[in-house]
Design a protein around this ligand. Structure first.
Ligand code: SAH
Ligand code: SF4
Ligand code: F3S
Length: 451
């Protein structure tokens, strides 16, 4: 390494450990951070304790996510005491908030650097500067710049991969911090996306997950060509060797008929629709700035089911948004009963400083929020169980992802509908798509037998 003062850095193979909080955007950023560290000759560390560089890739979507990340950073102090050469970096969405970045540097001075979400490509420079000067760095651009292509990456899995198609978000849902920490929406040029996927497929990837905060607004920012999400998935569908295309997340407001028909026609696109509804009451949906009503959402679900009869539909729901009355909450329950989601991520509203809803009147007491969450979850779980039972005694194509978390003698995989299936089989099946007969249905998992 270029600096003669850094003898101890070269003395043994340097290792890294990255702890990731939050969504797939962060997971993908972690793969890019890992790729850059490996270019600097770091290799993965088996444990956080032994690593020479630790990165905490943070999330701030809800207060809990932020406090988890902060307490993890707090834990690192003892590692630094044991190993003064340890480099500690904080990145991700929490780090992008100026106030939080300052607070971390002030109260946790053993953190060597902070990288905002728009600055991750600067990791190699920052690490080299720390080797040379042993200084602390805060690199947080307050605004996004042009997309930086061709960064290295180290994918976590050999058979499935995450692929960014848009960055940022322009929707400004009133509860959400993402537009403030991920910047304005920018679409990647399709050539880069297609090339990245082809490269991954050549390396053995069979399933890709296209990532964006609102994938179906892909291409809206192109000024010279007309090319949208439907066009993109049609082109990706042609890539030989690729077996499954997933995408996350789509916004109900922008899910048009062209897209529904394209998905029906593209055989590689999974018939799994994750359509965050957030609430059932039109009053709350308007206050959230979601841009649809219960009626238009239900119409969308009907259309999806009409063109894609095997569609599984999942969602995100927030309870206890400011001003949500019992009647409003009942509207959420009504909607849930009408749609019967296959599963749902449900959340208690968490005020995020800097977002409009944090200052709305009529904030709901935590006890009521929790009660509503419980009522909602009970209904959703019943539906999930019912939906699971529909899989019984049928054979499904399952992409084998590894060993079951609860029983490492068993394999675990996913159907096209993203349902988790546990069955017994050889390790060599990992990464392959195999037929499995479903013999037992639980709420969240299915058990089966390899055919
Ligand atoms: N871009 C995606 C989701 C981003 S965040 C979309 O629009 O659907 C994932 C989920 O977190 C959201 O769908 C929402 O249900 C939840 N969420 C976001 N902000 C929240 C907040 N302040 N409190 C509670 N849940 C929140
Ligand atoms: Fe947040 Fe709304 Fe953007 Fe999703 S669409 S990231 S919920 S602002
Ligand atoms: Fe969290 Fe940032 Fe994702 S706030 S949910 S990691 S975009």
């Amino acid at each position: 390494m270029q600096n003669g003062n850094n003898f101890e850095i070269e003395e043994h193979a340097q290792t890294y450990y990255i702890q990731t909080f939050g969504c797939q955007m962060n997971e993908r950023d972690t793969e890019i951070l890992a790729g850059m560290l490996e270019q600097l000759s770091y290799s993965p560390s088996a444990s956080i304790e032994k690593a020479d560089i630790i990165l905490i890739n943070t999330c701030c979507i809800r207060e809990k996510a932020e406090s988890k990340a902060l307490s993890q950073i707090g834990e690192l102090k003892k590692f630094k005491n044991n190993n003064p050469h340890l480099i500690i970096g904080v990145c991700g969405c929490m780090a992008q908030q100026e106030e939080k970045a300052k607070e971390i540097m002030r109260s946790l001075p053993y953190v060597d650097f902070i990288l905002g979400t728009h600055n991750i490509h600067e990791l190699p420079d920052v690490v080299k500067k720390i080797w040379a000067e042993k200084q602390n760095y805060v690199l947080v651009w307050d605004q996004e710049k042009e997309i930086i292509e061709n960064l290295p990456y180290k994918n976590k899995f050999s058979y499935k991969a995450l692929v960014n198609i848009t960055y940022g978000c322009n929707n400004f849902c009133t509860y959400c911090i993402v537009p403030y920490v991920r910047g304005r929406e920018r679409s990647r040029q399709s050539e880069y996306i297609l090339k990245e996927i082809r490269d991954m497929v050549n390396d053995g990837v069979v399933e890709i997950m296209l990532l964006g905060q609102n994938v179906n607004s892909y291409g809206k920012d192109f000024t010279e060509i007309e090319y949208d999400f439907s066009d993109l998935i049609s082109d990706i569908n042609e890539i030989e060797g690729l077996k499954r295309i997933r995408y996350m997340t789509s916004h109900p407001r922008d899910f048009n008929l062209k897209l529904i028909k394209t998905i029906a026609k593209c055989e590689k696109v999974c018939q799994h629709f994750h359509l965050p509804v957030q609430a059932g009451s039109d009053k709350i949906l308007a206050k959230m700035n979601r841009g649809y009503t219960q009626e238009t959402y239900l119409k969308l679900v009907d259309n999806i089911r009409k063109f894609n009869p095997n569609a599984t539909i999942t969602t995100d729901i927030i309870v206890g948004f400011p001003g949500e009355t019992d009647e409003d909450f009942l509207e959420t329950l009504n909607l849930v009963k009408k749609v019967k989601f296959d599963s749902a991520y449900t959340f208690v509203y968490s005020p995020r400083k800097g977002t409009p809803a944090a200052n709305f009147p009529d904030q709901i007491p935590l006890a009521i929020k929790k009660e509503r969450l419980q009522t909602l979850n009970q209904i959703i779980n019943e539906h999930s169980r019912e939906k699971s039972e529909q899989y019984l005694n049928k054979v499904y194509e399952v992409l084998v992802e590894g060993h079951s978390k609860n029983n490492d003698q068993m394999l675990s995989g996913r159907t096209e509908s993203a349902k988790n299936v546990i069955f017994s089989g050889d390790d060599e099946l990992i990464g392959k798509i195999v037929p499995v007969l479903i013999t037992e249905a639980q709420t969240w998992i299915l058990k089966g037998e390899l055919q």
